[in-house]
Write a protein that binds this ligand. Structure first.
Ligand SMILES: Cc1cc2nc3c(=O)[nH]c(=O)nc-3n(C[C@H](O)[C@H](O)[C@H](O)COP(=O)(O)O)c2cc1C
Length: 167
């Protein structure tokens, strides 16, 4: 099996956020997709070891901030290479509250969801969210995963579904 073919799948770069006892938290994720349009539903895949997974299960809600090509690259690092268990990520990244959920201000827009179902895999929970709110922030180009790798020269950490060990 040539797993490199997975790199041919296209994605965006997102911050999946929620609340942790009144404190905003979240993680970087590429695994967000629209499932249906009416009622609008989306899905995200979040690793069991990510603190965000526990917080989404506790609150039953999550938001997806869609990062832009010109979003500060450090946002991806803050949310993607550290844990909200011991870091207050949103103390370094400006956020706004949309439909009662914290979202990254420096983004293209956001989708706010209530969890209506979930599925456990060996390593990740797939959360199905019914969309409760959605906003567009200005007219910005969404960052693709390919742009993240080719232009920003970013990497995928172990908990990203797209992670492949170096050969
Ligand atoms: C570009 C990128 C994409 C990522 N995609 C995912 C993803 O789709 N699902 C996931 O569980 N983790 C993903 N991660 C890894 C998490 O962001 C990372 O494990 C984070 O530190 C978890 O933070 P938390 O413990 O505060 O939840 C990604 C990281 C990066 C940098």
């Amino acid at each position: 099996m040539n797993k490199n073919v997975f790199h041919k799948l296209s994605y965006g770069v997102y911050v999946v956020s929620t609340w942790d006892n009144g404190r905003p938290t979240g993680c970087t994720a590429n695994s967000a997709m629209q499932i249906t349009s009416a009622p609008a539903t989306v899905a995200v895949s979040i690793n069991h070891d990510n603190y965000t997974n526990k917080c989404i299960k506790d609150t039953g809600r999550f938001a997806i901030s869609i990062l832009a090509e010109d979003s500060l690259p450090s946002i991806i690092g803050t949310f993607g290479f550290r844990s909200g268990k011991d870091t207050d990520k949103f103390s370094e990244v400006e956020y706004r509250v949309e439909d009662h959920m914290p979202v990254v201000a420096d983004s293209c827009g956001c989708i706010v969801c209530e969890v209506i179902d979930s599925m456990e895999t060996a390593t990740h929970t797939v959360f199905l969210g019914e969309v409760k709110g959605a906003e567009v922030f200005g007219d910005r180009e969404a960052m693709t995963y390919s742009y993240y790798h080719k232009v920003i020269k970013g990497k995928s950490p172990k908990n990203a579904p797209t992670y492949l060990p170096e050969e």
